[in-house]
Design a protein around this ligand. Sequence first.
Ligand SMILES: [Zn+2]
Length: 424
Amino acid sequence: MSRWITGLLAALLLLLLAAVGWSTWQFAHYRPADVPVAADPAALAWFVDDYATARRDFLARGDALAARLRDVQRFAIPVASASGVPDLTVDGLYIPAQGGEKKRLLVVSCGVHGVEGPVGSAVQRLFMHEFLTAEALEGTLADTGVLLLHAVNPYGFVTYRRVTEHNVDLNRNASTGDELYRTVNAGYALVDAFVNPQGPADTASIANRLFHLRGVAMIARHGMPVLRQAVLQGQYHAPRGIYFGGQAPEPQLQALAPLLRPILDAYPLSMVIDLHTGYGARGTLHVLVDPPRDARVRAGLEAVFAGGSIDWTSGSDFYTVTGDFAGWLGQLRSGGVHLPAVFEYGTMDSQTTLGALKSLHVTVLENQGVQHGYATPADRERIRRDYREMFYPSSPAWRTKAIDDSRELMRTVLGRWPQLEPPR
Ligand SMILES: [Zn+2]
């Protein structure tokens, strides 16, 4: 080989190594920028880190509403913990329509994914404080009932996990029939080894340092839509794997169903706003909606969220989920119309390839640590910190924006909601 070819190859090799090094550094330090919003202490005060304090505040606000309004019902569903986490409950507050006719039911739920509970609870309590005033409930909302569900996955809220103590993702688990648990996610086998590594979680391992490159190779081989669907759809055969949907409804869903059915059925029209974090552009409040088969559902959602950005989850960067909680509430109804909407407060720019890979890596490491332990205490700390940061950002700008956006969207929604005619 002539000297110049050797030189060229050496230069290319150096270039390649530099590219790998540069991308590895980028991936390790990935953190999308916040939108420039000045921190507002009043907004920040809504965020409470721990479940017990958030719960107490929710209950106290419920007490105040019950003292002021007619026929308010409260219920608490205890959630047993095999590992001994005490005092876990899903709390419900139902305010029946205060006027004559029961036309519409508005449901606001949080903490279906436990670690997303601190943000969801903050928004839910803000909603109670600013919008569930006696004036509104006896005025423009007089024929609207309101149902609030706080911390649907309290175990995950306490432990900062997305899933329940049984490693079940409640948003892949909610179903009124058994067929869901026999769903075969055919693509999961493609990704299983990649997303469910064995052995203690070690952030310094080569496999983890080069996770992004392995991800890019997988994308090149199978295509992003296939991988996204395989990972995120939910799976029902690997109880220790990520996005496990369980093999039966989780106990709190079983306990909630008979309580919620008569409440939902008392109104011909219902809508749920289920509060989530993690998906989408950082600092943006997305309204996610599965493309409805029922034209009335589509028309209703468009009327309520018109002008805002509804993300119909049917584009190429979306995926379909089986067993979602918002849709399950509609399955509980024996008739009428149900509008399922998910609010997602984006944190990681997961709509980008880099953001999606980083989100997946954080998810994989967290589950690996829980299932197989950590290589070092520092790994445990870092993995848990990154996971929490993905679903509950510490950034004051991010949190202020989440509160500001929620207030604005809730105001719009509640302004339009009373105009929506229930089906006959
Ligand atoms: Zn979520």
